[in-house]
Design a protein around this ligand. Structure first.
Ligand SMILES: Nc1nc2c(c(=O)[nH]1)N[C@H]1C(S)=C(S)[C@@H](COP(=O)(O)O)O[C@H]1N2
Ligand SMILES: [Mo]
Length: 222
């Protein structure tokens, strides 16, 4: 059995999970795009038909939710985020802008903020296929971010917008005791900003079952 990061347990399959709970997945527009904004000269809109023409890669990785479950051996396919950054975002940046953070937004309004160096890791993908099939709505159709070395909440599903920032964008949860860790690296167990990972493990383990059941209820594929 493969080694898991500290505090993680393997689950069977790949549950639908997230802050959406019982909400059904958002519907996918007929012509889906990724909008690029923030510190750019002009906003850029990338139709997914064009994304498909960028370099592609296949990779197998485990997926770790901050609540403590891990799905193992997922085979993702998509565009390396580094290529998307170099080919689409960088040329659009305002002259002299030094990017420190990126934010990723989903069609359901979900948002994650990632340090540039973490987002440019060589295993970060904009994935459109999982285990040989187009991404389904449970797991982020039409495309999602996949950053295997960071907790699930970094891995924005239904990705529709990326913003480039020259400093950390305002975080509405900054003072929450459950504020997310800014780097969220699984091997360092960076679950939260203030609480040590080990302290929240038992609370989370108790919540996994109920959240899974609620999330599955909102699912489109049964
Ligand atoms: N758009 C969107 N992305 C999201 C979420 C969400 O609620 N909405 N939840 C996050 C969390 S907390 C986790 S663990 C993973 C779950 O991915 P899965 O549903 O494919 O298992 O998605 C992440 N990305
Ligand atoms: Mo999660």
């Amino acid at each position: 059995m493969a080694l898991l990061p500290p505090g993680q347990r393997a689950v069977d399959g790949f549950p639908r999970f997230g802050t959406h709970l019982h909400h059904p997945p958002p519907s996918v527009p007929q012509h889906p795009v990724i909008d690029v904004g923030g510190a750019v000269v002009e906003p850029v809109t990338v139709p997914l038909t064009e994304l498909a023409r960028l370099p592609r890669r296949e990779q197998t990785a485990d997926f770790h939710c901050v609540a403590g479950w891990s799905a193992t051996g997922l085979r993702w396919e998509g565009t390396p985020f580094l290529d998307f950054y170099r080919l689409v975002i960088e040329p659009a940046l305002a002259p002299g802008a030094t990017i420190t953070h990126l934010s990723f937004e989903g069609l359901d309004g979900f948002r994650s903020v990632v340090l540039l160096e973490d987002a440019l890791g060589d295993d970060v993908l904009i994935a459109d296929r999982l285990d040989g099939r187009p991404l389904d709505s449970d797991h982020g159709a039409p495309v999602r971010l996949v950053s295997p070395q960071q907790y699930g909440f970094v891995n924005t599903k239904h990705l529709c917008r990326v913003e480039a920032h020259t400093s950390a964008p305002p975080d509405p949860d900054k003072w929450s005791p459950l504020a997310s860790h800014a780097r969220a690296r699984v091997w360092a167990e960076e679950r939260h900003r203030y609480l040590p990972g080990r302290v929240v493990r038992p609370v989370y383990h108790a919540l996994i079952g109920p959240i899974r059941r609620l999330s599955a209820r909102g699912s489109r594929e049964r």
